[in-house]
Design a protein around this ligand. Structure first.
Ligand code: ZDP
Length: 280
C-alpha cells in the first residue's frame, strides 16, 4: 500500500510521493509504470518523489516517466512539487525552496495568487550538452536540417537539463504528433532520446506549442519544453525574451532574463486528490 497525492500542471499530471524518510525512491521504475497506467493504475504522465535535500538544498526531486525512464528535470512537475511540500510543511504562501535535481539546483517560489514561479537555471545549447550528434560537440544546433518521416525539418536543440528538439511550423494543429513524435524521440542523432516540440509563432510575445515527450508521449503540457521553445524562438529571432507559451492544457509565462541569463517560468499547479495505491 502506497500513499500518494495527485497533482497536475496544465493537465500534465503526476503522482507525488512523500519520500522524505529515505534517500532512494520507495517505488521501483516498474511499479511507476503500473501506477501511471490510465486503465489499470492511478493514471499519470509520471511519478515524482520528494526526497531529503542534498548539498544544502531543502529537498531533492526525482521523476520517473510513465515508461519508467528517469528524466533529469520536469518543469510542470516542479511546480506541483512546490505545492506538495508546502502542503506537507503546512506552509502558507509565499514560500520559496531550493530543490536538488539531476539538472542542478532549481528554485520554485509559490506566489501570493497560488501560481508558482520557477528559476529554471540557464539553458544549455552545445550539441554535447543536449546531447545530439547534429553539429560539432561544442557548437550550437540552430535550424539544422534533419530528415524525419520523408521530410526535411529545421530543428533547434536546447537542454533544460533534459533534451529538447524544437521545430517551428506554420500550424501546430496540422502536425501528426502520434506518428512523427516517436520518430524524433528515437532518432539516432539523439543518443538519450529527446522531447520534441512543434511551435507556431502567433506574435513575438505569444507562441503555441504541442509536445511529444520522451518516455511519456503526447501530454497536455511540458514546462521544460515551453522554456526550450522560448529559447529556440529567441535564438532564431522569432520572439522576444519574454512570452506566453500556449500548450494544449493552458498557458505558461516564460522569460529568459537578459541580466542573469536564467529562465523563469510561471504557471499553475493544482492538487487533485489523495489516495492509497493497492497494486503491486
Ligand atoms: O525529459 C523527459 O524525459 C520528460 N518526459 C520529462 C518530463 C518533462 C515535463 N513534462 C515538463 O513539464 O518539463 C514533464
Amino acid at each position: 500500500m502506497t500513499k500518494f497525492h495527485k497533482y497536475h500542471g496544465l493537465g500534465n499530471d503526476f503522482i507525488l510521493i512523500d519520500n522524505r524518510q529515505q534517500s532512494e525512491p520507495i517505488i521501483s521504475q516498474e511499479q511507476a509504470v503500473k501506477m501511471c497506467d490510465r486503465h489499470l493504475g492511478i493514471g499519470a504522465d509520471g511519478v515524482i518523489f520528494v526526497l531529503p535535500g542534498q548539498a544544502g538544498t531543502d529537498y531533492t526531486m526525482r521523476i520517473f516517466n510513465s515508461d519508467g525512464s528517469e528524466p533529469q528535470m520536469c518543469g510542470n512537475g516542479i511546480r506541483c512539487f512546490a505545492k506538495f511540500i508546502a502542503l506537507l510543511e503546512g506552509k502558507t504562501t509565499p514560500t520559496s525552496y531550493q530543490i536538488h535535481t539531476l539538472a542542478g539546483v532549481i528554485k520554485p517560489e509559490i506566489t501570493a495568487n497560488g501560481e508558482v514561479t520557477v528559476d529554471m537555471g540557464k539553458p544549455r545549447l552545445l550539441a554535447q550538452e543536449i546531447p545530439t550528434t547534429l553539429g560539432g560537440v561544442d557548437q550550437q544546433v540552430i535550424e539544422q536540417a534533419l530528415d524525419v518521416a520523408g521530410k526535411t525539418w529545421f530543428v533547434t536543440c536546447v537542454s533544460m537539463g533534459n533534451p529538447h528538439c524544437l521545430t517551428f511550423v506554420d500550424q501546430v494543429a496540422n502536425i501528426a504528433l502520434e506518428q512523427i513524435g516517436p520518430l524524433f524521440e528515437n532518432n539516432p542523432v539523439f543518443p538519450e532520446r529527446t522531447n520534441t516540440e512543434f511551435i507556431e509563432v502567433v506574435n513575438r510575445q505569444y507562441l503555441k506549442m504541442r509536445v511529444w515527450e520522451r518516455g511519456a508521449g503526447i501530454t497536455l503540457a511540458c514546462g521544460t519544453g515551453a522554456c526550450a521553445s522560448l529559447v529556440a524562438g529567441v535564438l532564431t529571432n522569432r520572439c522576444d525574451r519574454s512570452a506566453t507559451v500556449e500548450l494544449p492544457g493552458g498557458c505558461l509565462q516564460i522569460t529568459w532574463s537578459e541580466a542573469d541569463q536564467r529562465i523563469y517560468m510561471t504557471g499553475p499547479a493544482e492538487f487533485v486528490f489523495t489516495g492509497e495505491y493497492q497494486g503491486s
